[in-house]
Design a protein around this ligand. Structure first.
Ligand code: G3P
Length: 221
């Protein structure tokens, strides 16, 4: 399973890139608004900061409701960093979003269909040619459903039917989600940088380092 970082915060994106584990970046309108910066400028900054990843998702804005409006926005987003091959157009899981997905896929543009909460929605997005589908786990957990089970189902469905779309486990909130979606067969987990930090740590690692440091003070010079 690959890691994408789910943020529009440039510093967090750079930190994840520096440690060499990053395969992509996902953003959404809420994450961009949180940064208090212009959407297009931030997408350009992200594309330039992470040249060696496979995908940077830029989502069409909520005022694009029809497929035509989404495609018009995608046309502008694609140009942001000189037709950067990594730009991925993130589209909502609606009928219009599917129509835009099929159109952009035919044009060779990468797409990510977002806000997926059922296996059927994932199946539709895959059939519309989505490069990536994004089932949201945390928000299902929030309404007392088991978000990880959705990933289990989607992974099985895509395997049975030989579907090429990559599953991005999204709305990942904590380390146990990461382990469980990896075992369920997600191709990618998109996570906040804080989760990358959390999963890099273990109390026994810290204790071991402290012991080595203390013992080393007694080393023969
Ligand atoms: O990638 C989707 C993600 O941004 C949503 O996460 O925590 O707002 O449900 P969350």
């Amino acid at each position: 399973m690959k890691f994408f970082v789910d943020t529009a915060n440039l510093e967090d994106i750079k930190k994840a890139y520096k440690i060499g584990v990053l395969s992509g970046v996902t953003t959404n309108p809420s994450l961009v608004v949180k940064e208090g910066v212009s959407f297009e400028t931030r997408i350009e900054e992200i594309l330039q900061a992470v040249p060696e990843v496979e995908s940077v998702s830029a989502e069409v804005t909520p005022d694009a409701v029809t497929a035509e409006e989404m495609i018009a926005q995608a046309d502008e987003l694609i140009k942001i960093n000189n037709n950067d091959k990594n730009i991925t157009i993130k589209l909502p899981m609606t009928l219009a979003g599917l129509e835009a997905c099929r159109y952009l896929t035919k044009k060779g543009v990468k797409t990510n269909v977002t806000l997926i909460f059922t296996a059927n929605q994932a199946l539709l997005a895959a059939r519309a040619g989505a490069t990536y589908v994004s089932p949201f786990l945390g928000r299902l957990d929030d309404i007392s459903e088991d978000g990880v089970q959705l990933i289990v189902k989607v992974a099985e469905l895509f395997r049975i039917h030989n579907l090429d779309s990559q599953i991005i486990a999204a709305s990942v909130r904590h380390p146990d989600h990461v382990t469980r979606v990896a075992m369920a067969g997600a191709h990618i987990a998109t996570v906040p940088f804080s989760v990358i930090e959390q999963i890099s740590k273990h109390p026994l690692t810290d204790q071991g380092l402290e012991k080595f440091a203390n013992d080393w003070k007694k080393a023969v010079q």
